[in-house]
Each structure stands twice: as structure tokens, then as C-alpha cells.
Ligand binder design. Structure first.
Ligand code: ATP
Length: 275
């Protein structure tokens, strides 16, 4: 069925040529164009079993914070992304953790980042079934991922209840740096407690994940990963710059600045009398 989503009621169609939403027609001038397209994709990914239904709620929470921050990568986010790339490049055994939402939104970016750092990819699902793990692994492999970990979980991350603790010895368990986009607080806390450096991508600077991570990238995951990919070549050849970026980074300052930015934006909007 073809869907029509129009900004001004004119029903001028814009036919998308993106692979995941071939039957959606959205007016390109619609003020929430990108958001609507991504919502369509997320609900299709639920139908395919990649995203859990509860993942849509987490997505909505992220959207709300993105809206507050102007739906763009802030200077503060870019600074953190740079420090996070430096940390990944300095790591001995970096691992990129992928859940359903991350796969649906940025499989290709995760695969590219894993190739150029280089880092292993491990699938870890909040709502884990063997079938879903297989689906997410295959989805990543279709995007070019090689050596994806997570199908055979032979390790347990201490301090996490339920199946989310399942991980691999070769991947998460032996990692020194773990990137966790769109993560929940319990698992982020448990990763920190094992002594790993944790890089979170989380639009909510107040979430438990954001608060416990060592590097909290307050940016939309696919935007953040795109930025990070573009930062790798320059930092790859500059060990001194990497060390300086990691040692001078303060996540406390980063989070304070993220919250302050939201406050400033709300004050500006209130001052203009614009709702
Ligand atoms: P916590 O357990 O860390 O306190 P939470 O209970 O909100 O947080 P989840 O429901 O698992 O955790 O949500 C995941 C987090 O990811 C939320 O903070 C949400 O704002 C954020 N998020 C959702 N979508 C995106 C996205 N596309 N990019 C970045 N962050 C996102």
C-alpha cells in the first residue's frame, strides 16, 4: 500500500528511492520529513524482526531530545566524537556493540567504522532471542560486515540481569573500549564496572547511560557515526593528537554543556514567543 504524507495538504508526492521504504511517499517540504521517513523505516524493521516493539519507544525518546537540540550535530557533540574516535584508535581491542535500533538506523555506518578503525562488531540485544540475533547478524552482513560476533554467546557480562548479559569472550568480554549506541543504563553501568572504556551515543544527556559512560556523544547515532567515520583518516596518522584528545577530555564538562545547550535553546524559543 502506498502512503501519502503531505506537509501542506497539497498531496504533491515525493517518491523515495531509498531501499528500506520504497512505498512511502512523503512531501519533501514536510517539516518533519526526515523524522517521518525514519519512523517508517523503524516500523518496517519491527515487522522484519530487527527492532523490538519497545525499541520504537526508545527511538521516540531520542527524537524528542534531538528536536530540543535542533536536529544537528552540535559543536560539543563534534568535539566528543573526535575524542571518541581517538579513544577507539588508541584501543588494543575495540568492540562496536550493535542492538536492534542501531542496526536499523546505522548498520552501514557501523560496518564502515569497524573496517577503518579496525574494530570487531558484536550483536547484543535487549530483547534477545536466537532468531533475532541471527536476523540482526545477517542484516549487518548484508551491509558488508565480516566476522560478526554474538551468535554464539560464550561469556556473561557480570552485573547485568537477564539475557542481555550474554556476550562473547572474543568480543565484548575481552574488549578494552566498547562503543554502545542507543544503550540502556544497566548494561552501560556493567561495562564500566568491568573496567572498560565506554563510549555511548545517546541523545539524552540525562540518561543513566549518558551519565556513566566515559565519552557520551550527545548526537543522533547515524549522524554521529557519519562524523566519526570522516574523522578517522586524519587521527589515524597522529598518535600525539589522539593521546592529547583522550587525556584532555572531560565527560562532566561535555554533559554540562549538552544540558546547558538545551536550556539555552528553550530560553531562546521562549524569548521569541515561538512554540
Ligand atoms: P537509561 O537506561 O540509560 O537511563 P533509557 O531508559 O532511556 O536510558 P532506553 O529506553 O534503552 O534507555 O533508550 C535508549 C537511549 O537512546 C535513550 O536515552 C534515547 O534518548 C537514546 N536514543 C534513541 N534513539 C537514538 C538515536 N537514534 N541516536 C542516539 N540516541 C538515541
Amino acid at each position: 500500500m502506498t502512503k501519502w504524507i503531505s506537509g501542506d495538504g497539497s498531496r504533491q508526492p515525493f517518491i523515495l528511492s531509498i531501499p528500506f521504504a520504497p512505498f512511502v511517499q512523503v512531501d519533501k517540504d514536510h517539516p518533519r520529513y526526515r523524522s517521518l521517513i525514519i519512523r517508517e523505516k523503524m516500523s518496517e524493521m519491527v515487522d522484519e524482526g530487527i527492532v523490538a516493539p519497545a525499541g520504537l519507544i526508545a527511538h521516540g525518546r531520542g527524537e524528542a531530545f534531538d528536536y530540543l537540540m535542533g536536529e544537528m550535530s552540535t559543536a560539543n557533540a563534534l568535539r566528543t566524537e573526535r575524542a571518541a574516535v581517538a579513544c577507539l584508535l588508541e584501543a588494543k581491542h575495540p568492540v562496536l556493540s550493535v542492538n536492534g535500533n542501531t542496526a536499523a538506523l546505522c548498520a552501514r555506518e557501523m560496518v564502515t567504522l569497524s573496517e577503518i578503525i579496525p574494530a570487531r562488531i558484536e550483536v547484543n540485544l535487549f530483547h534477545r532471542t536466537e532468531e533475532r540475533v541471527e536476523k540482526v547478524c545477517r542484516y549487518l552482513e548484508r551491509e558488508g560486515a565480516r566476522g560478526v560476533l554474538g551468535r554464539k554467546a560464550d561469556g556473561i557480562l557480570p552485573g547485568v540481569a537477564s539475557d542481555r548479559a550474554k556476550c562473547t569472550k572474543e568480543g565484548i568480554l575481552s574488549a578494552d573500549v566498547v562503543l554502545v549506541p542507543i544503550e540502556d543504563g544497566d548494561r552501560a553501568q556493567a561495562l564500566v564496572a568491568t573496567g572498560k572504556q565506554v563510549i555511548a551515543i545517546d541523545l539524552n544527556p540525562l540518561s543513566r547511560t549518558a551519565q556513566v559512560a566515559h565519552f557520551t556523544i550527545v548526537d543522533e547515532a547515524s549522524r554521529a557515526l557519519g562524523n566519526m567515520i570522516s574523522m578517522v583518516p586524519e587521527l589515524k596518522s597522529d598518535h600525539q593528537a589522539r593521546k592529547a584528545l583522550v587525556s584532555s577530555f572531560s565527560n562532566k564538562r561535555n554533559l554540562q554543556e549538552s544540558v546547558a545547550l538545551i536550556c539555552r535553546r528553550l530560553q531562546e524559543i521562549a524569548a521569541k514567543g515561538k512554540s
